[in-house]
Write a protein that binds this ligand. Structure first.
Ligand code: NAI
Length: 212
């Protein structure tokens, strides 16, 4: 691994494999054929084989996949075998909702602080996680390892805050603000999340089904 560039389309399918395998594991399933996995996931068996072959396979002819092994290996591919500390910038509705969601921790994503500029929120706790004022960001980043920053603040503020985060050593941004970030340092990974894009896609399919 590492030598070959894996396409983002393959990477985007990996969490879904991981989720299905996790469910199989919880249900006590020890091994599964690619045909069976394909039926459950509604993906062709050859797609599964092709996707996993990017990482060296993992299946055995006549045996299928060992569920626990494949789950763990995909977890490693996705970097879920390590903890990622997250801070949330913007402790409003969305920021607090993220902090309230406990299941991220199951995958090693730990929210260690929220930041805001509204003094009313200062020192408040969300599920035991403290809200800091933005002017405490520099000190916080010196004292804590911050792997990811989630941006849940107004879009007009997003660029400035994102660049400030990068200056403080944060090189991964989970961007919820509806803006394409303009980062001065290109050595940063950004994942944009737009729930409305997904809704619009749903809307398209509603309209399309109606017209068919
Ligand atoms: P909100 O108004 O409840 O919260 C925004 C928070 O950001 C407030 O507490 C505010 O004081 C704080 N803030 C403002 N400037 C700041 C700064 N410079 N530094 C730190 N904090 C700052 O808004 P809500 O509903 O939580 O939405 C937050 C953002 O997320 C908005 O940009 C919204 O458009 C976006 N959003 C994105 C979604 C998505 O799917 N990507 C879904 C919902 C909201």
């Amino acid at each position: 691994m590492g030598e070959k560039e894996i396409s983002q389309a393959v990477i985007r399918r990996m969490p879904r494999y991981y989720r299905y395998l996790g469910e199989l594991l919880d249900a006590g399933v020890e091994r599964i054929s690619s045909n069976d996995l394909s039926r459950r996931m509604n993906v062709t068996a050859s797609q599964i084989r092709q996707d996993l072959n990017n990482f060296g396979g993992f299946g055995q002819q006549g045996y299928g996949y060992n569920v626990k092994y494949l789950y763990e290996e995909i977890g490693k591919i996705l970097g879920l075998d390590q903890t990622h500390n997250i801070i949330v910038i913007g402790a409003g509705n969305l920021g607090q909702a993220l902090a309230n969601y406990v299941k991220f921790e199951k995958f090693g994503f730990v929210i260690i602080g929220l930041f805001d500029i509204n003094p009313v929120l200062e020192q408040k706790l969300v599920r035991g996680i403290r809200i800091y004022m933005l002017d405490e960001l520099e000190a916080f980043c010196k004292e804590n390892r911050v792997d990811i920053a989630a941006l849940t603040l107004p879009k007009k503020k997003a660029d400035a805050v994102a660049n400030r985060l990068v200056d403080n050593g944060v090189h991964a941004i989970w961007n919820f603000a509806h803006v394409d970030l303009e980062l001065l340092n290109k050595d940063v990974v950004v994942e944009n999340v737009h729930l409305s894009d997904s809704l619009m896609q749903l809307s398209y399919n509603i309209v399309k089904n109606r017209d068919d």
